[in-house]
Design a protein around this ligand. Structure first.
Ligand code: PLP
Length: 366
């Protein structure tokens, strides 16, 4: 002990190899209310019922939340027709991924995902001293065979978001079943369905049905996107009961807040707000895609509440981002995902979408 007395605390191996997460920015100097289209939030905000529920708990915020999330648990189980005791609620679905990693990954194990997959899966895996094995996505989609090819004897979890962020790609039911069938039963398959509600493709299927009878599937959902509650941090995973029980042992007892629980329950009952939020995306996703393609840029086909615009190179993407900033619009550079030539743009309100199209049209013509 005496020999290390003068050295500063040192993080365990791997921690400092994690690139700090850079979220979508929300501020522009000199612009009072920028159009924030950088984090796939709901441009309509939370719905009236969720707001009312949030306000109604003001005199209860000194009381610890129900650590079992009992009422929300019942509401979510009813919504999907699933078992209450197979759900784990998290401080956002991000926490569900972290709990999965902490529960199942030992040092030297690995997770498998696509090269452009959501970064949250990797961050906590690296924090568990695990490795991250990436399937290449030459077509901006993690193909089943390429994911399976990355699996080895130390693989514990395969992560796939469906739809995927930031590429907007998706997998049909047959592909998900094929992926599951190719994995040995001790490997967990996580299907992240954060954007499920925005998909209209008839061949898309939620993995919840497959998960009902599987021993190694986890399906995650969130209140951050369709329900507009990103700031309250609530998500959940549906999984085999034994997995839920294992994860509950390390879950912090009060990980979801009183206002979060109240607002999430109310949001599930606000079908008008859900419909308005979905309709906005379904109307503007194709319109904005067509408009931006018309200015000469590649736009990846997306089934989420965002589009990914591909520029000729990273310099052009940066210039476009700066041009949009000058117009008070914030979009998301995705260099952190290995796509420095791309800008991800959340579908906004009609006015915001028109402003994006006008700005990119001017940028293209400059
Ligand atoms: C936004 C998003 C989530 C949701 O994260 P929360 O922690 O629930 O806010 C999950 N997965 C993907 C791919 C996302 O883009």
């Amino acid at each position: 002990m005496t020999e290390v007395r003068h050295s500063a605390p040192r993080p365990k191996p791997g921690i400092l190899d994690i690139a700090p997460y850079v979220g979508g920015t929300g501020a522009l100097s000199g612009v009072a209310e920028p159009m924030k289209l950088s984090s796939n939030e709901n441009p309509l905000g939370a719905g009236p019922k969720a707001r009312e529920a949030f306000a109604s708990v003001l005199d209860k915020i000194h009381i610890y939340p129900d650590g079992h999330a009992g009422k929300l648990r019942t509401a979510v189980a009813d919504l999907h027709g699933i078992e209450e005791d197979r759900l784990v609620f998290g401080n956002g679905s991000d926490e569900v991924f972290a709990l999965l990693n902490q529960t199942y990954l030992s040092a030297g194990d690995n997770i498998v995902t696509g090269e452009y997959a959501f970064l949250a899966y990797r961050i906590s895996a690296l924090g568990c001293e695990a490795q991250v094995k990436l399937a290449l996505e030459p077509g901006y989609k993690a193909e089943v065979e390429d994911l399976v090819a990355q699996v080895d004897e130390r693989t514990k979890i395969v992560y796939l978001s469906n739809p995927s962020n930031p590429t907007g790609s998706w997998h049909n039911g047959e592909e998900i079943r094929r992926l599951h069938a190719a994995l040995p039963a001790h490997i967990i398959l996580v299907i992240d369905e954060a954007y499920a509600e925005y998909v209209v493709e008839p061949e898309w299927e939620s993995a919840i049905d497959l998960a009902r009878t599987a021993e190694n599937i986890v399906v995650t959902r969130t209140f951050s996107k369709l329900h507009g509650l990103g700031g309250l941090r609530i998500g959940y995973g549906y999984m085999p009961k034994a997995m839920a029980e294992a994860m509950d042992r390390i879950r912090l007892p009060f990980n979801v807040s009183v206002p979060g629980l109240a607002a999430a329950i109310a949001a599930l009952g606000d079908e008008d707000h859900q419909k308005a939020s979905r309709d906005l995306v379904l109307e503007w996703r194709p319109r904005l895609t067509q408009a931006i393609k018309g200015f000469g840029y590649d736009v990846l086909p997306s089934v989420g509440n965002f589009i990914l615009v591909m520029f000729k190179d990273p310099a052009e993407a940066n210039a476009a981002s700066e041009y949009l900033n000058q117009k008070g619009i914030i979009v998301r550079g995705v260099g952190g995902y290995g796509l420095p030539q791309g800008l991800r743009i959340t579908i906004g309100t009609p006015d915001q979408n028109r402003a994006v199209a006008d700005a990119l049209s001017e940028f293209a013509a400059r």
